[in-house]
Ligand binder design. Structure first.
Ligand code: NAD
Length: 457
């Protein structure tokens, strides 16, 4: 793709002012929704072909999620985009002020492979709602989904509004940053690649929103309702075979309930997948051989507490629990596979110490009925977002901003937060001319000093 040409086409389109119209943005979003609907079965098939996603998981977490996001955006965009009238300080009299939501212009959206449809289209919805043009770069690791995304985007938008480029990130992204020169980059992916892209962007002062990964802890206190807790934890861990950025990565279980937790976890996953996750069509494959081998190697030399079977041909690893070991490689990187180390704790301080080793997790989950523990964890640990007595649900509701902090990212989106992420907040003060205090201007004297002190004290 000729990124310089794309830059000039999109810049010309922005200048036309069409995207300043909220009705036009709504028209684009409606067109996007209707084209997704007509390609729905092809999208589901691509998600299955790339990594065996079941229709239920593919529909709910990729396509249905997007319909909900478009509906929510169309419903509220009028309100979100209205300039916000602000009261002004007395020292500005006689003035009024408004905050305008100004589109950034050209935005570059880079997506990972694990929810390859949703994680490209959800930021696009926010970008359009904010009145931007976009360049999209899906992951090369899910080529069938990448191809169908290409078809969807070229059917829905001319290049001057939204274009898509397929291929290897390491080759395409630096070229696009240099030649397309986006006004904003929205990146979802690993912390290492996010850091490298942010460095390249800094060279041109391009702001970045980074949606990264990390190791999300899941704490199970002895007061938790174990049956409900394990069902919700196993669901969060097993959906998409744990290839989910917000999946519970490792478990911190009160020592008094460790055995009961393992037994309940086994019964629960056996119930989910009829005792054989490897053969179950409801259980997703690992995306490719490299990741299969990486996850398999990660739980080498650990003590398996439950599960542990793998099938290389099917690229499946059954839900597995292993003994937690802090200095083992499994605690040095995000697991991204259905294996979890189990640590135990006796007191609150041990929970804090463990989480500190992988700080700023993207998500944190706590299962407890103890409100003091809940308050301490929520108040004192820095994490992107999370749930009490549930998993994953904080990212489902478009009313809740979703994003990381520190190692797990910067900036947030979904619903109004998405609109805000893709617009610059431009404050404008308007001052009437019928009154203009002369003491504001030089030459200054004692009277001007008195007046300024009165206004500003
Ligand atoms: P990745 O960082 O390898 O790739 C993400 C994107 O960056 C892809 O489009 C890829 O082509 C591109 N890319 C890869 N290497 C690049 C390079 N050197 N220079 C420029 N671009 C490059 O991530 P992934 O393996 O596709 O996805 C998994 C990661 O994404 C996990 O860490 C996961 O936690 C994270 N993730 C985060 C969220 C979130 O919302 N916070 C959501 C999903 C996934």
């Amino acid at each position: 793709m000729n990124f310089e040409l794309l830059k000039s086409q999109q810049t010309e389109f922005i200048k036309s002012g069409k995207l300043l119209s909220i009705d036009y943005r709504i028209e684009l979003l409606n067109q996007l929704k209707s084209n997704i609907k007509s390609l729905e079965s092809e999208i589901l098939k691509a998600l299955h072909d790339d990594f065996g996603k079941s229709e239920f998981e593919a529909y709910s977490s990729e396509i249905g999620f997007i319909y909900q996001d478009i509906n929510e955006t169309i419903k509220h965009i009028g309100k979100w985009s209205k300039p916000v009238r602000m009261g002004t300080a007395l020292s500005l009299f006689p003035s009024s002020a408004k905050i305008y939501s100004q589109p950034y212009g050209r935005v570059f959206i880079i997506a990972p492979w694990n929810y390859p449809f949703q994680l490209l289209i959800a930021p696009l919805i926010a970008a359009i709602s904010g009145g931007n043009t976009a360049l999209l770069k899906p992951s090369e690791l899910t080529p069938k989904v990448s191809a169908i995304l290409n078809k969807l985007i070229s059917q829905t938008f001319p290049n001057e509004i939204v274009a898509l480029v397929e291929g290897d990130g390491i080759e395409i992204v630096p070229r696009a940053i240099n030649d397309y020169r986006p006004n904003l980059i929205f990146f979802t992916g690993s912390t290492a690649v996010g850091r490298s892209i942010a460095k390249q962007a800094a060279e041109h002062l391009i702001p970045c929103i980074l949606e990264l990964g990390g190791k999300s802890p899941c704490i199970i206190d002895q007061s938790a309702d174990l049956k409900v807790a394990v069902k919700r934890i196993a669901f969060g861990k097993c959906i998409n075979a744990d290839q989910t950025c917000v999946a519970p990565d490792y478990f911190i279980v009160h020592e008094s309930i460790k055995e009961a937790f393992i037994k309940e976890y086994k019964e629960t996953v056996d119930g989910f997948y009829s005792g054989n996750a490897i053969e179950s069509s409801d259980f997703t494959q690992i995306v490719n051989d490299r990741h299969f081998e990486r996850v398999e190697k990660l739980f080498n030399q650990t003590k398996v507490l439950m599960g542990g079977r793998t099938d290389k041909d099917k690229r499946k690893i059954e839900p597995t629990l292993v003994e937690g070991k802090l200095d083992h490689p499994i605690m040095q990187e995000e697991i991204f596979g259905p294996v979890s180390p189990v640590f135990t704790f006796k007191n609150e301080a041990e929970i804090f110490d463990l989480i500190e080793k992988n700080n700023n997790p993207l998500s944190l989950y706590l299962f407890t009925q103890n409100s003091v523990l809940e308050k301490n964890i929520v108040d004192r640990i820095s994490f992107g977002g999370g749930c009490i007595n549930n998993t994953l649900m904080h990212l489902v509701d478009p009313k809740l901003p979703f994003g990381g902090i520190g190692n797990s990212g910067q900036g947030a989106y979904h619903g109004k937060a998405g609109f805000d992420a893709f617009t610059h907040k431009k404050s404008v003060v308007k001052t009437a001319t019928w009154f203009d205090l002369k003491q504001k201007y030089p030459p200054y004297n004692i009277k001007s000093m008195k007046i300024i002190k009165w206004f500003l004290s």
